[in-house]
Design a protein around this ligand. Structure first.
Ligand SMILES: [Zn+2]
Ligand SMILES: [Zn+2]
Length: 295
């Protein structure tokens, strides 16, 4: 860095401006904190969360993918401020227990569980007769309606069935998010018509992700979320390395650039959208009513 005129070699080196000094307020709307690579953080999840905070991430939604892992996910959310949890069984999970409506509804009622999922359909990873996936998906939508909590939808190579089942099961009554959205603008519109938000992951930073980038530019700002899906789908410039929640900043930066917005405005909007969609994740409401104004 060139020295400003009038200084000499005793000038202390310029401080690297701490990222936290700006006013960016981000949420990672979808990550798997129970699966992070903690090696860069001396094995401590608290360090990974501190890293995220330093990059402006104030809240994280830790997403459950099987019943066997629920208590760990839930424990993480209870142990750390600014972390909430979901409950659900991923469409590609074939080893664990099959979820039942009553059981999921009971778990969904716990404090700190703010969403149902991730659920949906994955015809890319799984092949053959996938009626069991569709049944499982319907179970989750029933739980969401029963518990009044929004859905986190995973949909891969299954757009028509995803939309059809959402309609048939009246998912519009609870809404939710199409997480890690990779489909086209047509699907985005149809999902939004059903009351769903569109969440973009690190894929939007990939050079050839033109379709997702188009969606990123066109989705109304009040329907947009950002996520990492960490430890998967690491955004550029760290693509190829394990992902971490703090990198949601790079996702947001790219989406902001595609929309001609500054990072702070994009962050503010997506963070407000997150608390609107998942009211359970907002700070608890005050326990007493506000003081009446003095007359
Ligand atoms: Zn997913
Ligand atoms: Zn996920």
């Amino acid at each position: 860095m060139p020295q400003p005129t009038g200084t000499h070699t005793e000038t202390p080196p310029a401080q690297i401006e701490p990222v936290a000094a700006d006013r960016t307020r981000l949420v990672d709307s979808h990550c798997h904190l129970d699966r992070l690579d903690l090696e860069p953080f001396d094995g401590a999840l608290a360090e990974a969360l501190a890293d995220a905070r330093q990059r402006g991430v104030e809240h994280l939604l830790c997403v459950n993918i099987n019943l066997e892992g629920f208590e760990q996910v839930y424990g993480i959310a209870r142990a750390h401020a600014g972390v909430s949890a979901s409950v659900g069984v991923h469409p590609s999970e074939t080893e664990g227990a099959e979820p039942q409506v009553d059981q999921l509804t009971r778990l969904a009622a716990r404090p700190g569980v703010v969403a149902i999922g991730e659920t949906g359909l994955d015809y890319h990873y799984n092949r053959g007769d996938l009626e069991w996936q569709r049944d499982r998906f319907r179970t989750h939508i029933r739980v969401a309606r029963e518990s009044g909590k929004p859905l986190i939808i995973h949909s891969r190579d299954a757009r028509e069935d995803t939309l059809r089942i959402l309609r048939e099961e009246h998912a519009e009554q609870v809404g939710g998010v199409m997480h890690c959205f990779t489909e086209d603008w047509d699907m985005a519109q149809r999902a939004m018509d059903l009351g769903f938000f569109i969440s973009l992951s690190g894929i939007v930073t990939f050079k050839r992700a033109h379709q997702v980038q188009e969606v990123a530019a066109r989705v109304p700002l009040d329907r947009l979320l950002v996520e990492t899906d960490a430890p998967y789908l690491t955004p550029v410039p760290y693509r190829g390395k394990p992902n971490r929640p703090g990198y949601v900043r790079y996702v947001a930066q790219q989406v902001a650039a595609l929309r001609g917005l500054d990072l702070e405005s994009l962050a503010e909007a997506t963070t407000a959208n997150f608390y609107y969609l998942f009211p359970g994740a907002a700070s608890p409401p005050p326990t007493s009513p506000p003081e009446p104004l003095a007359t």
